[in-house]
Design a protein around this ligand. Sequence first.
Ligand code: NAD
Length: 249
Amino acid sequence: MLLDGKTAIVTGCASKKGIGWATARLFAQHGARVALLDLREEDARAAAAAIGDQHLGFACDVRDARRCEQVVKDVVETFGAVDILVNNAGVSQAHRLMDSTMDDYELVLDVSLRGTFNMSRAITPHFRGRRSGAIVCMGSLAAQRGGGVLGGPHYAAAKGAVQALARSMARELAPDGIRANAIAPGLIDTDLLIGKITDEGKAAVAAGTPLGRLGTAQDVANVCLFLASDLSAYVTGVVLDVNGGYHIH
Ligand code: NAD
Protein backbone atom coordinates (compact mmCIF):
# COMPACT_ATOMS: atom_id res chain seq x y z
CA MET A 1 0.00 0.00 0.00
CA LEU A 2 2.00 2.93 -1.27
CA LEU A 3 -0.43 5.66 -0.17
CA ASP A 4 -1.56 4.40 3.21
CA GLY A 5 -3.14 7.25 5.19
CA LYS A 6 -2.62 9.76 2.36
CA THR A 7 -5.21 11.96 0.72
CA ALA A 8 -5.39 13.11 -2.89
CA ILE A 9 -7.28 15.46 -5.18
CA VAL A 10 -7.64 14.34 -8.81
CA THR A 11 -9.24 16.60 -11.44
CA GLY A 12 -11.18 15.34 -14.47
CA CYS A 13 -12.39 12.03 -13.04
CA ALA A 14 -15.96 11.53 -14.28
CA SER A 15 -15.33 9.06 -17.08
CA LYS A 16 -14.72 5.49 -15.94
CA LYS A 17 -12.66 4.93 -19.09
CA GLY A 18 -10.49 7.97 -18.32
CA ILE A 19 -7.05 8.48 -16.84
CA GLY A 20 -8.42 10.52 -13.90
CA TRP A 21 -10.79 7.83 -12.66
CA ALA A 22 -8.22 5.05 -13.15
CA THR A 23 -5.77 7.14 -11.11
CA ALA A 24 -8.28 7.85 -8.34
CA ARG A 25 -9.19 4.16 -8.15
CA LEU A 26 -5.54 3.05 -8.04
CA PHE A 27 -4.76 5.61 -5.31
CA ALA A 28 -7.72 4.25 -3.33
CA GLN A 29 -6.48 0.68 -3.81
CA HIS A 30 -3.18 1.86 -2.33
CA GLY A 31 -4.84 3.22 0.81
CA ALA A 32 -5.56 6.85 -0.10
CA ARG A 33 -8.75 8.82 0.40
CA VAL A 34 -9.49 10.64 -2.83
CA ALA A 35 -11.49 13.73 -3.83
CA LEU A 36 -12.62 13.34 -7.44
CA LEU A 37 -13.37 16.58 -9.31
CA ASP A 38 -15.21 17.11 -12.57
CA LEU A 39 -17.60 19.56 -14.22
CA ARG A 40 -20.88 18.11 -12.94
CA GLU A 41 -21.47 17.30 -9.29
CA GLU A 42 -23.57 14.20 -9.92
CA ASP A 43 -20.90 12.74 -12.23
CA ALA A 44 -18.12 13.46 -9.74
CA ARG A 45 -20.10 11.95 -6.89
CA ALA A 46 -20.99 8.86 -8.92
CA ALA A 47 -17.33 8.44 -9.88
CA ALA A 48 -16.32 8.70 -6.22
CA ALA A 49 -19.04 6.30 -5.05
CA ALA A 50 -17.90 3.74 -7.62
CA ILE A 51 -14.52 3.63 -5.85
CA GLY A 52 -15.81 3.40 -2.30
CA ASP A 53 -17.66 5.13 0.52
CA GLN A 54 -14.87 7.26 1.96
CA HIS A 55 -14.13 9.10 -1.29
CA LEU A 56 -15.69 12.42 -2.27
CA GLY A 57 -16.95 13.92 -5.52
CA PHE A 58 -17.01 17.68 -6.18
CA ALA A 59 -18.15 19.87 -9.05
CA CYS A 60 -15.15 21.93 -10.03
CA ASP A 61 -14.55 23.65 -13.34
CA VAL A 62 -10.78 24.02 -13.07
CA ARG A 63 -10.92 27.16 -15.22
CA ASP A 64 -12.58 28.95 -12.29
CA ALA A 65 -9.90 29.98 -9.78
CA ARG A 66 -12.37 30.83 -7.00
CA ARG A 67 -14.10 27.48 -7.32
CA CYS A 68 -10.72 25.70 -7.18
CA GLU A 69 -9.87 27.54 -3.96
CA GLN A 70 -13.26 26.69 -2.42
CA VAL A 71 -13.02 23.00 -3.31
CA VAL A 72 -9.47 22.73 -1.95
CA LYS A 73 -10.70 24.37 1.28
CA ASP A 74 -13.64 21.94 1.50
CA VAL A 75 -11.42 18.91 0.85
CA VAL A 76 -8.84 20.02 3.43
CA GLU A 77 -11.64 20.53 5.97
CA THR A 78 -13.14 17.13 5.31
CA PHE A 79 -9.94 15.07 4.97
CA GLY A 80 -7.94 17.10 7.49
CA ALA A 81 -5.03 17.44 5.07
CA VAL A 82 -4.13 16.84 1.43
CA ASP A 83 -0.91 15.14 0.28
CA ILE A 84 -1.31 14.84 -3.49
CA LEU A 85 -2.75 16.88 -6.37
CA VAL A 86 -3.17 15.38 -9.83
CA ASN A 87 -3.89 18.01 -12.50
CA ASN A 88 -5.50 15.67 -15.00
CA ALA A 89 -8.48 17.56 -16.50
CA GLY A 90 -7.96 18.34 -20.17
CA VAL A 91 -9.83 18.78 -23.44
CA SER A 92 -8.38 17.81 -26.80
CA GLN A 93 -9.29 18.98 -30.28
CA ALA A 94 -7.69 17.82 -33.51
CA HIS A 95 -8.45 21.11 -35.35
CA ARG A 96 -5.62 22.47 -37.44
CA LEU A 97 -4.23 25.98 -37.03
CA MET A 98 -6.56 27.73 -39.48
CA ASP A 99 -9.60 25.65 -38.47
CA SER A 100 -9.39 26.63 -34.79
CA THR A 101 -11.53 29.45 -33.47
CA MET A 102 -10.58 31.64 -30.53
CA ASP A 103 -13.22 29.77 -28.53
CA ASP A 104 -11.38 26.53 -29.32
CA TYR A 105 -8.11 28.10 -28.26
CA GLU A 106 -9.57 29.34 -24.99
CA LEU A 107 -11.26 26.05 -24.11
CA VAL A 108 -8.21 23.89 -24.79
CA LEU A 109 -5.64 26.25 -23.23
CA ASP A 110 -7.82 27.11 -20.26
CA VAL A 111 -8.78 23.62 -19.12
CA SER A 112 -5.22 22.25 -19.27
CA LEU A 113 -3.07 25.27 -18.49
CA ARG A 114 -5.23 27.69 -16.49
CA GLY A 115 -6.72 24.67 -14.69
CA THR A 116 -3.28 23.37 -13.69
CA PHE A 117 -2.26 26.90 -12.66
CA ASN A 118 -5.46 27.43 -10.63
CA MET A 119 -5.41 24.12 -8.80
CA SER A 120 -1.67 24.27 -8.09
CA ARG A 121 -2.04 27.79 -6.68
CA ALA A 122 -5.05 26.73 -4.62
CA ILE A 123 -3.13 23.85 -2.96
CA THR A 124 0.32 25.43 -2.59
CA PRO A 125 -0.31 27.38 0.65
CA HIS A 126 -1.59 24.16 2.26
CA PHE A 127 1.38 22.12 0.98
CA ARG A 128 3.76 24.87 2.11
CA GLY A 129 2.22 24.84 5.57
CA ARG A 130 2.85 21.10 5.81
CA ARG A 131 6.29 21.34 4.11
CA SER A 132 5.20 18.41 1.97
CA GLY A 133 3.17 17.66 -1.15
CA ALA A 134 3.28 16.03 -4.56
CA ILE A 135 1.85 17.61 -7.71
CA VAL A 136 1.43 15.54 -10.88
CA CYS A 137 0.45 17.31 -14.12
CA MET A 138 -0.83 15.80 -17.35
CA GLY A 139 1.18 16.81 -20.38
CA SER A 140 1.23 14.98 -23.69
CA LEU A 141 3.31 13.42 -26.40
CA ALA A 142 1.69 16.12 -28.58
CA ALA A 143 3.90 18.71 -26.85
CA GLN A 144 7.03 16.78 -27.78
CA ARG A 145 6.14 15.88 -31.37
CA GLY A 146 4.37 19.01 -32.61
CA GLY A 147 0.89 17.53 -32.16
CA GLY A 148 -0.16 15.34 -35.04
CA VAL A 149 -1.66 12.23 -33.45
CA LEU A 150 -4.68 13.54 -31.59
CA GLY A 151 -4.34 17.22 -30.82
CA GLY A 152 -4.06 20.32 -32.96
CA PRO A 153 -1.43 23.03 -32.45
CA HIS A 154 -3.37 24.69 -29.63
CA TYR A 155 -3.54 21.37 -27.74
CA ALA A 156 0.19 20.71 -28.24
CA ALA A 157 0.93 24.25 -27.03
CA ALA A 158 -1.31 23.84 -23.97
CA LYS A 159 0.43 20.61 -22.99
CA GLY A 160 3.90 22.03 -23.62
CA ALA A 161 3.00 24.89 -21.31
CA VAL A 162 1.70 22.48 -18.66
CA GLN A 163 5.00 20.59 -18.79
CA ALA A 164 6.95 23.84 -18.46
CA LEU A 165 4.72 24.89 -15.56
CA ALA A 166 5.37 21.57 -13.79
CA ARG A 167 9.13 22.03 -14.16
CA SER A 168 8.99 25.63 -12.95
CA MET A 169 6.87 24.71 -9.93
CA ALA A 170 9.35 21.92 -9.16
CA ARG A 171 12.22 24.38 -9.00
CA GLU A 172 10.33 27.05 -7.06
CA LEU A 173 8.59 24.78 -4.56
CA ALA A 174 11.38 22.27 -3.83
CA PRO A 175 12.66 24.31 -0.85
CA ASP A 176 9.17 23.96 0.65
CA GLY A 177 9.33 20.16 0.43
CA ILE A 178 6.91 20.09 -2.52
CA ARG A 179 7.61 17.99 -5.62
CA ALA A 180 6.07 18.67 -9.04
CA ASN A 181 6.30 16.42 -12.08
CA ALA A 182 4.47 15.79 -15.33
CA ILE A 183 3.52 12.81 -17.44
CA ALA A 184 3.54 12.86 -21.24
CA PRO A 185 1.18 10.08 -22.34
CA GLY A 186 1.14 8.80 -25.90
CA LEU A 187 -2.14 7.60 -27.42
CA ILE A 188 -4.26 6.28 -24.56
CA ASP A 189 -7.54 4.53 -25.34
CA THR A 190 -10.06 6.73 -23.50
CA ASP A 191 -13.19 8.71 -24.43
CA LEU A 192 -10.86 11.56 -25.43
CA LEU A 193 -10.26 9.68 -28.69
CA ILE A 194 -13.95 9.53 -29.67
CA GLY A 195 -14.50 11.31 -32.97
CA LYS A 196 -10.83 12.22 -33.31
CA ILE A 197 -9.26 9.02 -34.61
CA THR A 198 -10.61 6.08 -36.63
CA ASP A 199 -10.01 2.41 -35.80
CA GLU A 200 -7.58 2.32 -38.73
CA GLY A 201 -5.79 5.33 -37.26
CA LYS A 202 -5.51 3.57 -33.91
CA ALA A 203 -4.16 0.44 -35.61
CA ALA A 204 -1.57 2.55 -37.45
CA VAL A 205 -0.41 4.15 -34.18
CA ALA A 206 -0.22 0.71 -32.53
CA ALA A 207 1.85 -0.59 -35.45
CA GLY A 208 4.22 2.36 -35.11
CA THR A 209 4.63 1.84 -31.37
CA PRO A 210 7.59 -0.35 -30.33
CA LEU A 211 5.49 -2.00 -27.60
CA GLY A 212 2.86 -2.72 -30.25
CA ARG A 213 -0.31 -1.31 -28.68
CA LEU A 214 -2.09 1.82 -27.54
CA GLY A 215 -1.77 2.79 -23.89
CA THR A 216 -4.49 2.22 -21.31
CA ALA A 217 -5.70 4.55 -18.57
CA GLN A 218 -4.18 2.07 -16.12
CA ASP A 219 -0.74 2.48 -17.75
CA VAL A 220 -0.86 6.21 -16.99
CA ALA A 221 -2.41 5.74 -13.53
CA ASN A 222 0.50 3.47 -12.59
CA VAL A 223 2.98 6.24 -13.37
CA CYS A 224 0.83 8.76 -11.48
CA LEU A 225 1.06 6.45 -8.47
CA PHE A 226 4.85 6.40 -8.75
CA LEU A 227 5.08 10.20 -8.98
CA ALA A 228 2.56 10.73 -6.17
CA SER A 229 4.13 8.25 -3.75
CA ASP A 230 7.36 8.26 -1.78
CA LEU A 231 8.83 5.87 -4.34
CA SER A 232 9.68 9.07 -6.25
CA ALA A 233 10.83 11.02 -3.17
CA TYR A 234 13.97 12.23 -5.03
CA VAL A 235 12.21 12.92 -8.36
CA THR A 236 11.06 16.42 -9.19
CA GLY A 237 10.83 18.48 -12.38
CA VAL A 238 10.64 15.53 -14.75
CA VAL A 239 8.29 14.88 -17.65
CA LEU A 240 7.86 11.11 -17.76
CA ASP A 241 7.05 9.52 -21.13
CA VAL A 242 4.29 6.89 -21.09
CA ASN A 243 4.07 6.09 -24.79
CA GLY A 244 5.18 2.49 -25.39
CA GLY A 245 8.32 3.80 -27.06
CA TYR A 246 6.42 5.75 -29.73
CA HIS A 247 8.73 8.70 -29.17
CA ILE A 248 12.23 7.70 -28.06
CA HIS A 249 14.50 10.69 -27.86
P1 NAD B 1 -11.28 12.10 -20.72
O1 NAD B 1 -12.01 12.96 -21.69
O2 NAD B 1 -11.78 10.73 -20.43
O3 NAD B 1 -11.09 12.85 -19.32
C1 NAD B 1 -11.00 14.23 -19.18
C2 NAD B 1 -11.92 14.65 -18.05
O4 NAD B 1 -11.74 16.04 -17.80
C3 NAD B 1 -13.40 14.44 -18.36
O5 NAD B 1 -14.01 13.69 -17.32
C4 NAD B 1 -13.96 15.85 -18.44
O6 NAD B 1 -15.32 15.96 -18.02
C5 NAD B 1 -13.02 16.59 -17.52
N1 NAD B 1 -13.01 18.03 -17.76
C6 NAD B 1 -13.10 18.68 -18.94
N2 NAD B 1 -13.11 20.01 -18.75
C7 NAD B 1 -13.02 20.20 -17.40
C8 NAD B 1 -12.98 21.35 -16.58
N3 NAD B 1 -13.04 22.59 -17.12
N4 NAD B 1 -12.88 21.20 -15.23
C9 NAD B 1 -12.83 19.96 -14.69
N5 NAD B 1 -12.86 18.82 -15.44
C10 NAD B 1 -12.96 18.94 -16.77
O7 NAD B 1 -9.79 12.03 -21.29
P2 NAD B 1 -8.45 11.29 -20.82
O8 NAD B 1 -7.88 10.68 -22.02
O9 NAD B 1 -8.68 10.48 -19.60
O10 NAD B 1 -7.56 12.58 -20.51
C11 NAD B 1 -7.03 12.89 -19.23
C12 NAD B 1 -5.84 13.81 -19.45
O11 NAD B 1 -4.81 13.14 -20.17
C13 NAD B 1 -6.16 15.09 -20.24
O12 NAD B 1 -5.43 16.17 -19.71
C14 NAD B 1 -5.63 14.75 -21.61
O13 NAD B 1 -5.34 15.89 -22.36
C15 NAD B 1 -4.41 13.94 -21.25
N6 NAD B 1 -3.91 13.09 -22.32
C16 NAD B 1 -4.69 12.13 -22.88
C17 NAD B 1 -4.17 11.35 -23.92
C18 NAD B 1 -4.98 10.28 -24.59
O14 NAD B 1 -4.53 9.76 -25.62
N7 NAD B 1 -6.14 9.92 -24.09
C19 NAD B 1 -2.85 11.55 -24.35
C20 NAD B 1 -2.09 12.53 -23.75
C21 NAD B 1 -2.62 13.29 -22.73
